[in-house]
Design a binder for this molecule. Structure first.
Ligand code: HEM
Length: 433
C-alpha cells in the first residue's frame, strides 16, 4: 500500500470494489489535508471510495490515459533550462511527491499554503485549498529533445521517440509545438487542473520553463464504455469508435509500449527499457474554422464526418455503435459513406488495422484578430508507436479528408510517457536509473 505522503495518520477508509484500496487510503490523506466540508462523504464521517473523486496515482500505467476522460484539461509543455542532470532528476522526484499529493486533494507540500509562516514563500499557491480532488490526474511525458545528450540520457531514448514528419496542410506554430517534457493535468474542476500545473511549474523555477500550454474545457471523446459520447465543436458525437478503456487486449496491442519494443538501444539499466508500459502521447492543436462550418449544410457536414449528426450512426445505417458499412451504396451508386469522409479514412479497415486512443478537449481562445473565434480541438492521442500508428493515419487524413476544408493543425509535439510508478517509486529514479 502507498505510504502516507505527509506522515499524517490515515483514516480507515473503505474503498468500493476490488483494487481500490490505494484510492481509498489515498482519499483519507486527501480529506485530512483539506477542509472536511469540501469532502464528499467525509463530512458525514462516511466511507470514501474511488468514486469520491480520487484517481489512484500509482499502478502499472500512469493515470490520465485509461482514466475515463475528465471534463477539463490543462496541458503544458516545458523546456529544461538547466544543464545539471542532478537538478532535473531531483525536480522529477519532487514532482512525483507533489503530484501524488495533489491527486489526493492535498496541498502540493504539507502546510504549503500558510504553514510556512508569514516570512516564508508559500509552497502551495492556495487556489485549490477548499476544493476536492475532482478526479485530478497528472500524466508526465518526455520529448525526443530531452534525450539529446544534455543530461546523459542519449542512450535511454527509445528508438521510436523521434520527431514526427511534416504533414500536408500543417501550419505549425513553433511557439505551440515541441517541448522537452509535458504535463497533462485533467480534472473535473478547471481550477484543480490549473492549480496542479501551476504548482509543478512553480517548483521547477530555474530547472524548467513553460514552452507552451493549452486549456481544454470539454472532453471531445468518450474514452470508456461507462461514458456517454460527448460532442465536439462541430456538433458531432466524438469517441463512438474510440479505443475504450475496457478493451484490454486492444490496449496491449495499440497503446502500451511492450518490453520488446524498447529492448534495443544501449540495453540494460542504461537503455530505453524504462519506457515499457507507457504510451506515446501525441498532442495536436487543431484550429477549427467554425464560422465556415456553421455556414455549410447539414448534408455537407454529415458527408464530411461520415456519420449522422443527431445520433452518430454511420450514414445510411441506424444506431451509434453499428459498424460502418463502407460498401453500402446511395441511390446514384456512390458509396453511402463518402470515401473521403473522416470516418472512412480513419477507420482501421482502411489503415491496416491501426487504431489509436483519442483523449482530446475542446478549446476556444479569444479571436484570431480577424473577427473569428480561435477555437478548435486539442487532439491528444495515446499510441504504442506514433510512427507506425499516428503517422500513416494522419497522412491519409492530410491527403484526402473532406474535413481539411474546416481544420488547420497549428501545434504538434510527441512525448513518451513512462509507465506507472510502484509504491515508493519516483519519476527521477525511474528515468535516470
Ligand atoms: C478537429 C479535428 C477532428 C475532429 C473534429 C474529429 C472528429 C471525429 C468524429 C466526429 C468522429 C466520429 C465519431 C467517432 O468514432 O469518434 C471521428 C472519428 C475518428 N477520428 Fe477524428 N476528428 C478530428 C481529428 C482527428 C485526427 C487528427 C485523427 C488522427 C490522426 C483522428 C482520428 C479518428 C479516428 C481513428 C476515428 C474513428 C474512426 C473509426 O474507426 O470509425 N481524428 N473523428
Amino acid at each position: 500500500m502507498t505510504p502516507p505522503v505527509d506522515g499524517s495518520t490515515r483514516r480507515a477508509v473503505l474503498a468500493a470494489g476490488a483494487g481500490t484500496a490505494v484510492a481509498g487510503a489515498a482519499a483519507g490523506v486527501a480529506w485530512a489535508s483539506r477542509p472536511a466540508a469540501a469532502a464528499p462523504g467525509a463530512a458525514s464521517g462516511g466511507a470514501l471510495s474511488a468514486t469520491d473523486g480520487v484517481v489512484p496515482f500509482r499502478g502499472p500505467h500512469q493515470a490520465g490515459i485509461t482514466t475515463p476522460a475528465q471534463d477539463r484539461l490543462h496541458f503544458v509543455a516545458l523546456d529544461v533550462v538547466t544543464d545539471d542532470p542532478a537538478a532535473l532528476r531531483d525536480l522529477l522526484t519532487a514532482w512525483t511527491r507533489a503530484a501524488e499529493r495533489m491527486t489526493l486533494g492535498a496541498e502540493a507540500a504539507p502546510g504549503g499554503t500558510v504553514g510556512g509562516g508569514p516570512y516564508g514563500v508559500p509552497q502551495d499557491t492556495g487556489e485549490a485549498l477548499d476544493l476536492p480532488a475532482a478526479n485530478l490526474t497528472v500524466t508526465i511525458g518526455y520529448g525526443p529533445s530531452l534525450f539529446d545528450g544534455r543530461f546523459g540520457l542519449a542512450g535511454r531514448r527509445p528508438e521510436a521517440l523521434r520527431d514526427l514528419p511534416a504533414f500536408a496542410g500543417d501550419d505549425l506554430d513553433p511557439a505551440r509545438s515541441g517541448g522537452d517534457l509535458c504535463i497533462q493535468a485533467c480534472a473535473d474542476d478547471p481550477q484543480v487542473a490549473v492549480h496542479a500545473v501551476r504548482n509543478l511549474v512553480r517548483m521547477g523555477f530555474g530547472v524548467v520553463a513553460v514552452r507552451w500550454s493549452q486549456l481544454g474545457f470539454g472532453r471531445t471523446s468518450s474514452t470508456s464504455t461507462s461514458q456517454a459520447t460527448p460532442r465536439n465543436l462541430f456538433g458531432f458525437k466524438d469517441g463512438t469508435a474510440n479505443l475504450k478503456a475496457e478493451e484490454a487486449a486492444a490496449l496491449d496491442e495499440h497503446v502500451w509500449v511492450a518490453s520488446d519494443d524498447v529492448a534495443g538501444g544501449a540495453g540494460g539499466a542504461g537503455g530505453p527499457g524504462w519506457a515499457a508500459g507507457g504510451p506515446h502521447l501525441l498532442p495536436r492543436r487543431i484550429r477549427m474554422h467554425i464560422e465556415v462550418w456553421d455556414r455549410s449544410t447539414l448534408q455537407d457536414q454529415e458527408d464530411t464526418i461520415g456519420r449522422d449528426k443527431k445520433d452518430g450512426a454511420p450514414l445510411g445505417q441506424h444506431g451509434e455503435f453499428t459498424e460502418p458499412d463502407f460498401h453500402a451504396r446511395a441511390a446514384g451508386g456512390d458509396p453511402r459513406i463518402p470515401v473521403d469522409s473522416h470516418v472512412a479514412l480513419a477507420h482501421p479497415d482502411h489503415l491496416g488495422g491501426r487504431r489509436i486512443r483519442r483523449r482530446g478537449y475542446n478549446f476556444t481562445e479569444g479571436t484570431d484578430g480577424e473577427g473569428h473565434l480561435d477555437a478548435g480541438l486539442f487532439f491528444v492521442a495515446f499510441v504504442r508507436d506514433a510512427h507506425r500508428q499516428f503517422v500513416p493515419m494522419q497522412r491519409a487524413l492530410a491527403r484526402a479528408d473532406r474535413m481539411n476544408e474546416y481544420v488547420e493543425h497549428t501545434g504538434s509535439a510527441l512525448f513518451a510517457c513512462p509507465p506507472g510508478l510502484p509504491d515508493g517509486g519516483d519519476w527521477g529514479t525511474q528515468l535516470f536509473g
